[in-house]
Design a binder for this molecule. Structure first.
Ligand code: 13P
Ligand code: 13P
Ligand code: MG
Ligand code: MG
Length: 381
């Protein structure tokens, strides 16, 4: 059997300098140290980076997805980084480590995780996306564009191996169920679901012709796991490109016209998704705007060759400007919808506590009207 390689991207926010803006070098160094020790034992290769206050561990190995050793290694790296974050009194130190101790898999314990296993093609281009100040539904629109919209991806029309389309695994994050829909045949049904960012989230995309894995998103909904506000589940995704998959530039094209995503400031606001370089992945204004970076790798016998910092290019300058214009526009709304998220998406923020205090002061409108009439007639004070 052909040898398979797994790429695991596991991320967590274990503290920011300052506030929720950036994970400092000190934390990345600790993670680097922990992963370096594992090279040749369980890892083939790794790359540590950050997007805002989220640390991303990009790892390759031969142990398959959901492997206890790999997840344990990531957990250990985050635990060690948390120790340093606590010493430095960084903001939200240990924010995403929700469990007391590791128990086999990081899923459900706080960190986000996107993994895929495949037989390495003769040339294997892979793009790792890392985000801050948003949530996993951020990928719904771009993944649709990349794998289902021929106006974005010319290859859907011109490449014989893609002409049968792609299959999308969609999660219902509230009921914890999933469904698979195929584009182009079921693209309207697919849109009917994934256009609702409150509830549905693309988890995986497979090429229809041979079921080859094409994309995977970390779809942990941290706030649903924690049941209280703990920051958001800033996501990561892995997308394979070229040779029967969308070209690298077709994948990137989906981010050239920014869209609004949930998760800005206190996890309570919509904001434009701004594509940025690794260097610029440091949210500032209103803790944002939400941002995404794209790191391109060639996988060579499991080694990560790269990265190429793909949004670090003039061709994305206009997208950045557009995102900033959109930010100006929506910021004017302040605490009003549609800048503010709908009620259901705020359930796990700190907002319900504020509203709870007002609950008992509400009076039935009918009673108020009756009292007013009585007062008019001088029957009450
Ligand atoms: P605190 O300042 O109360 O932590 O909340 C603001 C915030 O940034 C939410 O994480
Ligand atoms: P993070 O989820 O990136 O920690 O951000 C929390 C927040 O509320 C910032 O305004
Ligand atoms: Mg944070
Ligand atoms: Mg974050």
């Amino acid at each position: 059997m052909e040898e398979r390689v797994t790429i695991s991207v596991i991320k967590a926010d274990v503290g920011g300098l300052c506030g929720h803006t950036e994970a400092p070098e000190e934390l990345l160094d600790v993670c680097d140290y922990v992963l370096e020790e594992a090279v040749d034992e369980i890892l083939i290769d790794y790359y540590v980076t950050r997007c805002g206050d989220d640390i991303n561990l990009i790892m390759t190995h031969r142990l398959g997805i959901d492997n206890e050793k790999i997840h344990g290694l990531a957990w250990r790296a985050f635990e060690e980084a948390t120790k340093v974050a606590k010493e430095l009194k960084l903001y939200g130190a240990g924010q995403d480590l929700l469990a007391e101790a590791f128990s086999g898999n990081v899923r459900g314990m706080g960190p986000g995780c996107a993994e895929m296993e495949f037989v390495e093609r003769p040339s294997e281009p892979v793009i790792v996306f890392c985000c801050d100040k948003t949530d996993p539904s951020v990928f719904n629109l771009p993944l649709y564009r990349i794998f289902a919209d021929p106006f974005n991806t010319a290859g859907l029309v011109y490449d014989k191996s893609m002409i049968n389309g792609f299959k999308f695994d969609v999660l219902d994050v509230i009921e914890n169920k999933q469904i698979t829909l195929k584009a182009p045949e079921e693209s309207y049904q697919l849109l009917a679901l994934i256009g609702n960012l409150e509830r549905y989230c693309i988890k995986r995309v497979h090429r229809a012709k041979d079921n080859e894995i094409a994309a995977v998103v970390s779809s942990e909904k941290l706030n649903l796991i924690a049941g209280r506000y703990v920051g958001k589940d800033d996501p990561v995704a892995i997308v394979r490109a070229q040779s029967g998959m969308p070209a690298v530039g077709e994948v990137l094209e989906a981010f050239a016209t920014p869209h609004f995503v949930p998760g800005w400031m206190r996890g309570c606001h919509w904001g434009p998704l701004m594509p940025v370089s690794e260097e610029d992945a440091r949210p500032a204004r209103f803790d944002g705007p939400p941002r995404i970076m794209a790191l391109g790798f060639q996988i060579s016998n499991g080694k990560l060759i790269g990265p190429n910092d793909l949004f670090d290019d003039v061709s994305f300058n206009r997208a950045r400007e557009k995102a900033l214009e959109m930010a100006d526009m929506i910021r004017r709304m302040g605490p009003f919808q549609p800048h503010r998220l709908p009620e259901a998406m705020m359930e796990y923020t700190s907002v319900p506590e504020v509203l709870a205090e007002l609950k008992e002061r509400f009076v039935e409108t009918e009673k108020v009207e009756k009292a007013e009439k009585l007062r008019e007639r001088g029957e009450i004070e």
